[in-house]
Design a protein around this ligand. Sequence first.
Ligand SMILES: Nc1ncnc2c1ncn2[C@@H]1O[C@H](COP(=O)(O)OP(=O)(O)OP(=O)(O)O)[C@@H](O)[C@H]1O
Length: 209
Amino acid sequence: MHKSYGRHQVLRGADLTVDPGQLVAVVGENGAGKSTLLKALAGTLATDSGRIEVSGTLGYCPQDPVVSDNLTVDQHLRYFAAAHHLPDLRRGNELIDRLGYAQYRHQAAGALSGGTRQKLNLTLALLHDPDLLLLDEPYQGFDWDTYLRFWDLVSDLRARGKAIVIITHLVFEQDRFDQLADLTSGRLTPRPANLRQPGQTTEDDHVRH
Ligand SMILES: Nc1ncnc2c1ncn2[C@@H]1O[C@H](COP(=O)(O)OP(=O)(O)OP(=O)(O)O)[C@@H](O)[C@H]1O
């Protein structure tokens, strides 16, 4: 994919393949073009050239929540369920329980805390149980318990064969991934995960400290 904003070439032949059941991290410096890449993959931003092939359904959790301030959590669920032609709200209810915010179901999104708003954002992206998930720093604002619940959820999705792409900045979580895709100078360089550098800490180390 190629994408420029004016004369600023952000993506210069970025290339990524994600298989079913694979969990891929997109890493890179601030401004490297990670969100641009995800928007392009999600189809919300037109590329200048390139090709995107998605087999199956797609779920996209953008960095900025897509929620409407005046609708309640429940109303969001019903609205998105109708858009996806879902027969019921079973999956939405399950996600609300797993992310632990059932007590806010009848609250307007505009009155939710940042973390709870992000839980709703994530729920809406997962509502139709998509085959490919594009998550742009999906745990922003999550407390530690929710952060762990999030990774439980991701493990289940991966085990069920979902392909998952997550933009992350957190070095300590990088050994959770099957692959790291490093976005530098507009191109993606794949490197296997689980290559911890000496002195690099993991989440478990953080828990112990
Ligand atoms: N709509 C836009 N118009 C012009 N320039 C843009 C636009 N969106 C992004 N950019 C620029 O493109 C570059 C890549 O932005 P992008 O948000 O994709 O980076 P990122 O890697 O996601 O950054 P971060 O880690 O800070 O979230 C930045 O220099 C940004 O200023």
